[in-house]
Design a binder for this molecule. Structure first.
Ligand SMILES: [Zn+2]
Length: 303
C-alpha cells in the first residue's frame, strides 16, 4: 500500500457549487457544470483507490496544476517510478461513444473533444518542465476511462487509452515495473509540489446573495431540507439520518463561511441561515462552545 505523496483534496469550487445547488436555482449551464465537476472528481477519487493499492516503489502525486513555457496544465494523477513518470488524465465518461480523430461522438451525434489532444499537450509541457528541472525521467501518458459503463466504438488499438475493461490488467502491469526510488525522486516530487499553483480555475461561480438564498438546515447524507429537531438530534424525514444538533449547526456554519468568507459569524446570521433552530440561546451556546467569542452584547461575533 502506497499513501499519496500529494493527496487529493476536494476543490473549493466543487464544495461551493454543492451548497449553491441546494440553496439557489442554478441555470442549466451552471447545473451541468456542477454535475461535470462532481463526476470528474468522483472519477479521480476512484482512480486514487487503484493507485494506492500499488505495491511498487513509487510516489503518487494527485492533482498538480503546473506551468511550463507560460502555459498552464493540469495532471489529474501522476506516478513517479525509478525510470518513468506516468501521468494520467482521468475521464469519467458514461455511455456509448464513437471514436473519431477529432471528436468523440455520442450515438445521438453530440461531439466532445478527443481527450488525446489534451493528453498530448500535458505530456509535452510536462516533458519540457522536467527537462528544465534537469530530470532525465521518461514521461508516459495515458487517458484512463474509469467508468465501467463507458464504451468507445472504433478505437484504434495503439492509442494511450485505458478502457474500463483493460484497467485491471493495466494496473497489474504498472505494479510489475522494477522501481527503486532514491533521494532524487523525492526531490523531484517536492519540487513539483512546490510549483503547484493553487489559484482556482477560471469558471465564474453563479451569483448569489444571502438574502435570496434558501435558508434552513439540510441532512448531512441526502441534502434534504425536510429535517426535524428532536431533543439533541436533527433527524432527516427522508432518509432517517440522525445528527447531533451541535454538529449540524457547525456544519452549516462551515457552509456559511465558505460562501461568505468576509462576513462576521453572529448568532442572528446563523439563526437565519439554519432557519429551523428558532432559539437564539441555543445557537449562541453552540457557537460559543465551538468558536472564539469576540466583542460584547450586540457586537458579539465568533471566529
Ligand atoms: Zn437525509
Amino acid at each position: 500500500m502506497e499513501n499519496a505523496y500529494k493527496a487529493r483534496v476536494e476543490p473549493v469550487v466543487l464544495k461551493k457549487l454543492r451548497i449553491l445547488n441546494k440553496r439557489i436555482k442554478l441555470t442549466e449551464d451552471e447545473h451541468r457544470y456542477y454535475l461535470n465537476q462532481e463526476k470528474g472528481f468522483q472519477g479521480e477519487v476512484q482512480f486514487d483507490v487503484l493507485t494506492e493499492k500499488l505495491q511498487r516503489d513509487c510516489h503518487i502525486l494527485n492533482d498538480l496544476q503546473l506551468e511550463s513555457n507560460k502555459s498552464r496544465f493540469q495532471l489529474d494523477s501522476s506516478l513517479i517510478f525509478q525510470e518513468t513518470y506516468s501521468l494520467f488524465d482521468i475521464k469519467n465518461f458514461e455511455g456509448e461513444y464513437v471514436y473519431d480523430s477529432e471528436y468523440f461522438k455520442t450515438l445521438s451525434g453530440k461531439e466532445f473533444q478527443n481527450p488525446l489532444d489534451q493528453l498530448k499537450r500535458s505530456k509535452l509541457l510536462l516533458s519540457q518542465l522536467l527537462q528544465s528541472l534537469g530530470s532525465k525521467i521518461t514521461v508516459e501518458a495515458y487517458v484512463i476511462f474509469i467508468n465501467p459503463q463507458f464504451t468507445l466504438f472504433q478505437t484504434p488499438p495503439n492509442l494511450p487509452f485505458i478502457l474500463p475493461t483493460q484497467l485491471d490488467q493495466f494496473m497489474k502491469k504498472l505494479d510489475q515495473k522494477s522501481s527503486r526510488l532514491n533521494q532524487s525522486h523525492k526531490n523531484l516530487a517536492d519540487k513539483l509540489i512546490s510549483l503547484h499553483q493553487l489559484d482556482p480555475p477560471k469558471f465564474q461561480l453563479p451569483a448569489y446573495k444571502f438574502e435570496t438564498m434558501k435558508k434552513g438546515m439540510t441532512c448531512c447524507k441526502c441534502d434534504s431540507f425536510s429535517v426535524t429537531i428532536v431533543g439533541h438530534k436533527l433527524i432527516c424525514d427522508r432518509c432517517g439520518c440522525q445528527e447531533l444538533v451541535t454538529v449540524a449547526v457547525m456544519r452549516h456554519v462551515e457552509e456559511f463561511k465558505l460562501l461568505f468568507p468576509e462576513q462576521k459569524i453572529t448568532t442572528n446570521v446563523i439563526r437565519d441561515w439554519c432557519g429551523i433552530v428558532d432559539s437564539r440561546k441555543r445557537i449562541s451556546r453552540i457557537l460559543g462552545k465551538n468558536l472564539k467569542i469576540t466583542g460584547v452584547h450586540q457586537w458579539t461575533y465568533y471566529e
